[in-house]
Design a protein around this ligand. Structure first.
Ligand SMILES: Cc1ncc(COP(=O)(O)O)c(C=O)c1O
Length: 389
């Protein structure tokens, strides 16, 4: 399939809510089902937007977490300056759904993807991209139109070693190359320290994050300022450091993603004053059904690796904290029951907090949306599902 066909398919995907004929209880869902509690979602969006505003910072939430334009709309209504997406494919899906201000947070180095970016720049007014190499600048410049310029940020790296330019000389050379192109407008820098988001313990996380920002200041930001290079945007940070990085004066906006749903990996890192990181509510669960019991002391549910993505911890069910989930392949999980207890029966639906929300969402086609009455009233499509290119 060539890129135009993929684009056509992506642009035609649904991004509207579908109302159920009648609200249904979770016990009637076809499991495994991704369950979104809308009131909790709205409270999380509002709490983050209010917090950032009260600290004088912009809110640029990351849509890689939810891949859903309906959620972007709520974040924008709460005051977001725009949204982030990780990849070009996600940008295409969100632009087609009418989202106008999009920052693509991963660099691109090939002509076909640069051509898609050029096309997006003609479609929406607020497209920004990051670059971290000369090759990346040149490949973009070769595709962009002077009539539809794009805001370009330099992605910076200090210690993570994933993406980003390291060192002032490289950043200055990139800046020089960007401003030489009339179809590019230098807008500032991005710095995301993903390796620090899950550092356990607030004080340790704070110390590590602030010292990294201070290194970034010493190694790059001061050098840019001394040369009169203005960074209108200094964007970065995530859920794990949202209430730490607001202390960084240069940071203009935060790219928080997971806070809208929360997941078990994040709950374990600890909050400012609590053992669990519970500043935001868990609004996302996967509902699974108990389907088999080959032996005593364990019961099998219908969700495995195709329902939950996990790179470390297992799903947990808050209703039964002593029950341990073990992955039992692609379609199944086995719940180890506490000694001698048999509180579960077959055909029961249980809700599990996701181990890692972003890749779990990417396994599902839609959210089953629960309202105040706990009934599911609608489905929201995960429009950019699978668009990881
Ligand atoms: C560049 C970038 N910014 C922001 C985020 C959002 O981080 P979080 O989900 O921890 O809030 C991510 C997540 O991986 C990211 O890669």
């Amino acid at each position: 399939m060539s890129i135009p066909l993929v684009l056509e398919q992506l642009r035609s995907r649904s991004h509207e809510a579908v109302m159920l004929e009648e609200p249904v209880p979770t016990s009637e869902l076809p499991t495994p089902a991704l369950l979104l509690n809308r009131p909790a979602l709205e409270r999380n969006i509002s709490a983050m937007a209010t917090y950032l505003e009260s600290h004088g910072k912009g809110f640029r939430p990351h849509a890689k977490t939810h891949k859903c334009p309906l959620i972007c709309q709520r974040q924008i209504a709460a005051g977001a300056v725009g949204i982030c997406v990780a990849k070009v494919g996600e940008a295409v899906a969100h632009a087609a759904a009418g989202i106008e201000s999009i920052l693509i947070t991963s660099p691109v180095t090939t002509a076909p993807k640069a051509a898609v970016i050029a096309d997006l720049a003609r479609q929406i007014s607020g497209l920004s991209v990051v670059v971290d190499s000369m090759a990346g600048v040149d490949v973009l410049a070769a595709q962009l139109d002077a009539s539809s310029p794009v805001a370009v940020l330099i992605d910076l790296d200090v210690a993570m070693g994933r993406t980003g330019a390291r060192g002032l000389d490289k950043v200055l050379a990139l800046h020089e190359r960007i401003v030489a192109h009339p179809m590019m407008r230098f807008a500032g820098v991005q710095h995301y320290a993903g390796h620090l988001m899950h550092v356990e313990g607030f004080d340790r996380r704070r110390e590590k994050s602030l010292s990294l920002w201070s290194r970034l200041r010493d190694e790059v930001l001061t050098g840019l300022a001394e040369r009169g290079i203005e960074c209108a945007v200094v964007t970065g940070a995530g859920t794990g450091t949202y209430n730490i990085d607001v202390e960084v004066p240069e940071l203009t906006d935060l790219q928080v993603g997971s806070y809208i749903f929360m997941d078990e990996e994040y709950r374990l890192i600890g909050g400012r004053e609590s053992e669990r990181f519970d500043d935001f509510e868990v609004s996302l669960n996967v509902a699974c059904t108990t389907i088999s019991q080959p032996r005593n002391g364990a019961i099998t549910v219908d969700g495995g690796y195709k329902a939950f993505a996990s790179d470390s911890v297992a799903p947990v069910t808050d209703a039964l904290p002593d029950v341990k989930f073990h992955f039992a392949g692609d379609e199944h999980g086995v719940l180890a029951l506490p000694d001698g207890e048999q509180e579960l029966r077959l055909g029961q639906i249980l809700q599990f907090v996701t181990p890692h929300c972003d890749p779990t969402v990417n396994l599902h086609d839609y959210y089953w949306v629960q309202e105040e009455d706990n009934l599911v009233h609608s489905c929201w499509p995960i429009t950019a599902r699978g668009a990881s290119w």
